[in-house]
Design a protein around this ligand. Structure first.
Ligand code: CTP
Ligand code: CA
Length: 225
């Protein structure tokens, strides 16, 4: 079934989407980041808004413009992303497309780290960031009825993503094959397998915009079933 955005099939539904990388500070001038472009998350926010949903996009720093018709919250760290998502609840749909940093520096230095002349090299002690997908999947009364995560995998993509779906407690996982040969990170196309409670389905190689539109179509079908 093709999605007819003119019919606004998600009108009255609220959606939260995360996108982009997070930036985790080391000191006032340095941070740890990753290569996420935000293209997939932003496209999903745009597709859900085009289908009529009221969308809040919580995004780390990207080069993508704010999608039209979407409320956009710009954050930097994983902790800020979690707070932004929690502030946007309640919602019917949550799609977590952000490449959240798994770890942050345990103690951000208040001043720029300096070479002290002795040749001593600083070592960074890390701590784990909150898992936004797992936190929202485990909510009680305010849990969105459809929680969708991504799984970036480089090998055994469906097996790892199926295990990840169970571990996170989400409803669907879009398993994205990011092995270097696919050119996914920062590129235009994604190779997706959709994992649901009913099993897995392989999608053809699609642009990120096409993935977003196909996901929006599947979400419309889910709510009209
Ligand atoms: N995610 C999140 N918060 C985190 C880490 C991940 O919300 N702190 C979300 C991502 O947005 C994605 C899903 O969890 O939707 C899976 O991310 P991924 O990095 O593939 O999974 P991890 O559990 O972090 O496992 P690993 O990186 O070790 O594969
Ligand atoms: Ca991770």
């Amino acid at each position: 079934a093709r999605l007819d955005p003119a019919a606004r099939p998600l009108a009255g539904k609220r959606a939260i989407v995360t996108s982009g990388p997070t930036h985790e500070p080391i000191d006032p001038v340095r941070y740890i980041a990753n290569r996420s472009s935000g293209k997939q998350g932003h496209a999903i926010a745009a597709a859900l808004a085009a289908a009529g949903a009221e969308v809040t996009l919580v995004t780390g720093p990207t080069r993508e413009p704010d999608p039209a018709g979407v409320t956009v919250k710009h954050i930097e760290t994983a902790r800020e992303m979690l707070a932004g998502v929690e502030a946007a609840l309640p919602a019917d749909i949550a799609v977590f497309a952000a490449a959240v940093a798994d770890w942050r520096v345990a103690e951000e230095a208040g001043q720029k780290l300096k070479k002290d002349g002795s040749g001593q090299i600083p070592s960074l002690s890390m701590t784990e960031n909150p898992d936004i997908l797992k936190t929202v999947s485990g909510l009680g009364g305010t849990r969105p009825s459809l929680v969708v995560g991504f799984a970036a995998e480089t090998e055994m993509v469906v097996a790892h993503a199926t295990e990840k779906r169970a571990r996170k407690g989400c409803d669907w996982i879009l398993a994205n094959d990011v092995s270097p040969a696919t050119g996914t990170f920062g590129g235009e196309a994604n190779t997706i397998h959709l994992i649901t409670g009913a099993g897995s389905e392989d999608w053809p190689k699609l642009t990120k915009k096409e993935v977003a539109e196909k996901l929006a179509t599947r979400i419309v079908e889910h709510f009209s079933a």
